[in-house]
Ligand binder design. Structure first.
Ligand SMILES: Cc1cc2nc3c(=O)[nH]c(=O)nc-3n(C[C@H](O)[C@H](O)[C@H](O)COP(=O)(O)OP(=O)(O)OC[C@H]3O[C@@H](n4cnc5c(N)ncnc54)[C@H](O)[C@@H]3O)c2cc1C
Length: 375
């Protein structure tokens, strides 16, 4: 082994840690990425693959803008990864719907879009309500169910293959001379005058900069360097059908068609702790929603299902924070790690390497969760 004290150690090889590590290595930093072999279905391996804008950032307009910036970066990001690794990303900015069932959902969605527009930092919000007829005209190969009342439509939404993304990030990182330790389980972190000493099950690493991007372990590891980052698991179950003809060239937050022709239906939002199982009742609800929207899919065989855990902060928005007591230690966590992979490999790298931040970056600090002590 050449050196055990790189410029930066990234703890976590999921899509967030890998995107940051890849971006750092692309800037010629010497980087180690440590990941414990997690045979559970991590979020990065069990997600829906959307690269999504609509609905993100309600209550935090900077996050809406950040998500838009991430999408603007995605095409180049995907192309670069494909050129470097030969692994296709299947990224398409197809446009996406949130399909409304019944008039009440339609009216609630319209109000929500109005709120997003009012909150927007630019005064605009590129997402509009469309009628049932307009929706049907856009998807002539699928008949809408009778309860569908319309949809919101955002032209910036799309999807990619999340497993290819993760594989490409790992491969590109290694090609850029990053060192990946796929079975290094971080046990303790000490801060000293030279930086950080990281004890794993295989060896010790020392570094001046440390990025904790360890999914659901982020809370525990960040506490070792004086950062409070609350995250919790939320289970999402997903269903996959057999392959069929290409029928649906868009996506919704809950239904999309892969490039091999299979449909994916998902994903539930369940507060069940660290439980990865699938349950018949929830899978039935997911399938029922898909058939309410597109009844003609009823003949497709279901071939696979899984449960996977989202990594959620209390407000479900990203946290990017540097430790005040142990400078040089950073914590990075977010839902929507696929959508944000482009920006995580880009702007976060400037912040970690040189302290250069984007405008209004401080909104992402986890201090927003600190409750002031009552007198
Ligand atoms: C059902 C579902 C659907 C989703 N759909 C989408 C979507 O459509 N679009 C989207 O953008 N996002 C989606 N997400 C969210 C997205 O998957 C997550 O934001 C992202 O995967 C989080 O990545 P992560 O790297 O933070 O976490 P993880 O994938 O959990 O990775 C964390 C890594 O840290 C490692 N680790 C933990 N502890 C240690 C330790 N002590 N030492 C070393 N390594 C450690 C783990 O082994 C793991 O590999 C979805 C998530 C779920 C569950």
């Amino acid at each position: 082994m050449k050196t055990m004290n790189p410029d930066v150690v990234v703890i976590g090889g999921g899509v967030i840690g890998a995107a940051v590590a890849y971006g750092l290595a692309a800037q010629k930093a010497s980087v180690f990425m440590l990941d414990r072999e997690d045979f559970q279905l991590t979020a990065s391996r069990g997600n829906f693959g959307l690269v999504w804008l609509q609905g993100k950032g309600h209550g935090m307009p900077r996050y809406a803008q950040w998500s838009q910036e991430a999408i603007e970066l995605w095409s180049n990001f995907a192309k670069k990864l494909e050129d470097q690794t030969g692994i296709p990303q299947y990224y398409h900015r197809t446009g996406g719907f949130q399909i409304c069932v019944g008039e009440e959902e339609y009216s609630k969605r319209s109000t929500f879009l109005e709120e997003m527009r009012t909150q927007s930092l630019t005064g605009t919000y590129d997402c509009e309500m469309i009628s049932r007829d307009e929706l049907q005209n856009m998807i002539p190969k699928l008949s809408l169910g009778p309860m569908v009342s319309g949809a919101s439509f955002c032209p910036h939404d799309g999807f990619a293959n999340p497993l290819h993304l993760l594989r490409a990030l790992h491969q590109a990182f290694i090609q850029l001379k990053g060192q990946f330790f796929p079975s290094a389980d971080v046990q303790t972190i000490e801060h000293n005058t030279d930086g950080f000493l990281i004890q794993t099950n295989i060896t010790k690493f020392s570094t001046r900069k440390l990025v904790i991007a360890s999914g659901l372990a982020t809370t525990k590891l960040s506490a070792l360097v004086g950062i409070r980052v609350p995250v919790r698991p939320q289970r999402g179950q997903v269903l996959v059908t057999e392959k069929t003809d290409q029928l649906f060239p868009f996506a919704t937050g809950r239904i999309r068609q892969n490039f091999d022709g299979s449909f994916m239906f998902g994903a539930s939002h369940e507060e069940v702790g660290y439980d990865l199982s699938t349950t018949n009742g929830i899978l039935q609800d997911i399938a029922n929603h898909a058939l309410t929207v597109f009844p003609t899919l009823k003949n497709l065989q279901l071939i696979r299902s899984w449960g996977s855990l989202r990594v959620l902060t209390p407000d479900q928005k990203p946290v990017y924070v540097e430790s005040q007591s142990c400078p040089g230690a950073f914590a990075v966590t977010s839902h929507s790690g696929v959508s944000l992979a482009s920006i995580h490999s880009n702007y976060l790298v400037d912040w970690i390497l040189s302290g250069q931040t984007q405008p209004m970056f401080e909104v992402f600090d986890s201090a927003r969760f600190d409750v002031p002590a009552t007198a």
